[in-house]
Design a protein around this ligand. Structure first.
Ligand code: P6P
Length: 341
């Protein structure tokens, strides 16, 4: 490389340019999904700025309401929800949104919009005040109802296999957007001085196995025997216990390094804590595209048929060999459950 070349190293591929180049991966691509992804990236840049300032302006802390999940809303939950809904509404491509922060479907008014988005605008927000990484998680579906009308529950309650795109934003030591449109997984790192996401992690693939397990062991007394036995197996293997309490942060680390994240059913949460529509399906699409696996302990997450917008499911996601080992430990209890039916 000549001195001249060294003087002005290329800054890399922006998200916009990457999306446009990949657009030809889509049959009959008319640019609407590309526009939708840009709308999400715009909202992510705005939310990133507000998260980074939250200690300086009065937007940290509790909002004073409880969301449909019965969880205390943080001010930034509300702000992030507004930002993503507004960006998707203004972008015009999305007819209906399912958000963790809203009990009912949100009609954007874009009745010609071909897409539906399910989103957790800010997951792990209880960690905001202690400066732990948090994230946004999103899924994109093509509507099944005719354009020209409002989106329907049928548009929203599709299995994860029908996702046309999914991704997450991690607001951490750096802010990254990681997404898939079914042609592999790519990661983009935000450069705030330029206001752009740049391709930093092309073609992300997840190790087939790993030595990290992520689960809230404080709930161990509530775990089923199979989960307890798998956790004991991880300890026998001298795996590292890593649990941040922020799904996107735990998932992102395990995606890159190999490992398994688990939020099983417990006595208090018979179907687990995490939501199928806007947490489990999105991350399952990502992990499968990266060579990993995601199940509820017995079934592929993306084949679960949602019955309600905010339903929860037990969640085991990460390196294929670790998820399959966990499923082996749980097989006996699932067989016993099947016999009882
Ligand atoms: P627990 C955050 O509330 C969240 O939804 C995930 O981000 C996180 O992994 C999990 O819940 C933590 O739950 O019960 O271990 O505090």
């Amino acid at each position: 490389m000549t001195l001249h070349d060294k003087l002005a190293l290329p800054v890399g591929t922006t998200l916009d340019r990457f999306i446009m180049r990949k657009q030809e991966d889509f049959p009959y691509a008319t640019g609407e999904l590309s526009q939708l992804l840009r709308d999400i990236a715009l909202a992510a840049k705005i939310v990133n700025r507000e998260i980074n300032r939250s200690g300086l302006i009065d937007i940290a802390g509790a909002y004073g309401n409880r969301n449909v999940q019965g969880e205390d809303q943080q001010k930034l939950d509300v702000i992030a929800n507004i930002r993503f809904i507004r960006a998707l509404r203004n972008g015009g491509e999305v007819c209906t949104i399912v958000s963790e922060e809203d009990e009912d479907m949100i009609q954007t008014g874009n009745v010609q919009g071909k897409y539906v988005v399910a989103i957790d605008p800010l997951d792990g927000s209880s960690n905001i005040d202690v400066n732990v990484s948090i994230g946004t998680i999103f899924s994109v579906y093509r509507r099944v109802s005719p354009t020209g009308t409002e989106g329907t529950e049928q548009d929203c309650l599709q299995t994860g296999t029908h996702q046309v795109a999914a991704g997450y934003v991690i607001y951490g030591s750096s802010t990254m957007l990681v997404y898939t449109t079914g042609n592999g997984v790519n990661g983009f790192t935000y450069e705030p001085s330029l206001g752009e996401f740049f391709l930093s992690h092309p073609h992300i693939t997840s190790p087939q196995t790993g030595a990290i397990y992520s689960i809230n062991e404080g709930l161990s007394n509530d775990f089923t025997e199979g989960v307890r036995e798998f956790v004991a197996y991880c300890k026998q293997q001298n795996y590292s216990a890593r649990y941040i309490g922020s799904l996107v942060a735990d998932f992102h680390r395990n995606l890159l390094k190999g490992g398994i994240y688990m939020y099983p059913a417990t006595r208090r949460a018979a179907k687990g804590k995490l939501r199928l529509m806007y947490e489990c399906n999105a991350l399952s699409f990502i992990v499968e595209q990266a060579g990993g696996k995601a199940s509820n302990g017995q079934q592929r997450i993306m084949e679960l048929q949602p019955q309600t917008l905010h339903e929860r499911c037990p969640f085991f996601i990460g390196s294929t060999e670790l998820v399959e080992k966990a499923e082996e430990f749980m097989a006996r209890e699932y067989a016993e459950l099947a016999e009882q039916k």
